[in-house]
Design a protein around this ligand. Structure first.
Ligand SMILES: Cc1ncc(COP(=O)(O)O)c(C=O)c1O
Length: 292
């Protein structure tokens, strides 16, 4: 985003996270102070409410405090995770302090691609930034519903009616159905995380905060991270070829991770319970292939 906005990648500060993968507020404060001391003007803080890799949720109240003290815009990236606030609000304390929040109903509200959503605390700030429409597209109505134009509050001009499918499914199923399924997805992730943690051949690489489970298969000890990375990368390739379970991959602190992310309303206990046997089968097949 900073590159697209013309702010420049060199002006992006990546603030370190702690062992729990959550941003460390004191490091944020330090980065802001350092930039100010060198004559730079910080403008915004972007926090995560559910990181892509591990689902970690940053300490939003502390971050919001710092942003407010320095008069910085606080955006929270909740594309994947923040929709879980309807099922587990306690995990998302401070989300309400954001100036803007991005959400992807095509992730954890089970919509088909694409359906992204940006919420502003103060819609007039969005209008000031984006309403540069030509006269030919100006809304003539001051009615808040009839006169509302998405293109006055975001970058896109011509756009299809993405909100329709979301509105329809919320009206048809009701919010409770979404809440229940998100809760179920989180329980399934906890179940898989526990199975991984209790299995002697597996290592859980990050706490299970929402519905992402990052883990790896271990080979005979001692194995270096490099060997384990190669081993797990080969497992994933084989696993996907087998076609029974789909996992994605990521790197967690230099460790290649198998990543299960449960965001489907049809996923069952049986599906989740098949992950470990499938990974073991893929590991075994790989092992067989490497035997003389
Ligand atoms: C945390 C997070 N932020 C941002 C994105 C990007 O969202 P999109 O692909 O809808 O632009 C994703 C996923 O793709 C994500 O998981």
């Amino acid at each position: 985003s900073v590159a697209l906005l013309g702010i420049g990648r060199e002006n992006l500060r990546i603030v370190p996270a702690g062992r729990d993968f959550r941003l460390i507020p004191a490091k944020l404060e330090k980065a802001i102070q350092a930039d100010k001391a060198s004559g730079k003007t910080p403008m915004a803080v972007v926090a995560s409410a559910g990181t892509v890799n591990t689902g970690a949720i940053d300490p939003l109240p502390e971050i919001a405090d710092i942003a407010r003290q320095h008069n910085l815009w606080l955006h929270v990236d909740g594309a994947y995770g923040a929709l879980a606030a309807i099922a587990a609000p306690d995990k998302f304390a401070g989300l309400e302090l954001a100036d803007s929040i991005s959400l992807d109903p095509h992730k954890w509200l089970f919509q088909s691609l694409d359906c992204g959503c940006l919420l502003y605390r103060d819609a007039s700030a969005a209008q000031r930034a984006f309403s540069h429409t030509g006269d030919y597209a100006k809304s003539l109505s001051s009615d808040p519903i009839e006169g509302f134009a998405f293109f006055e509050e975001s970058i896109e001009l011509s756009r299809r009616f993405r909100a329709l499918k979301l509105w329809l499914s919320l009206r048809f199923h009701g919010i409770r159905a979404f809440r229940d399924v998100i809760r179920k997805n989180m329980e399934l992730a906890t179940r898989l995380g526990a199975a991984v943690a209790n299995h002697p051949e597996f290592e859980l690489l990050a706490p299970v905060e929402l519905s992402a489970v990052c883990f790896r298969h271990r080979v005979g000890e001692p194995a270096t991270d490099e060997e384990l990375n190669r081993h797990n990368s080969a497992i994933l390739k084989r696993l996907v070829e087998r076609g029974r379970v789909y996992l994605s991959n990521t790197t967690v602190r230099g460790k290649f991770a198998l990543r299960a992310c449960i965001v489907n309303h049809r996923t069952t206990e049986a599906d989740v319970d098949s992950v470990i046997p499938e990974v073991l089968a893929a590991a075994g097949a790989r092992h067989d292939q490497t035997q003389p």
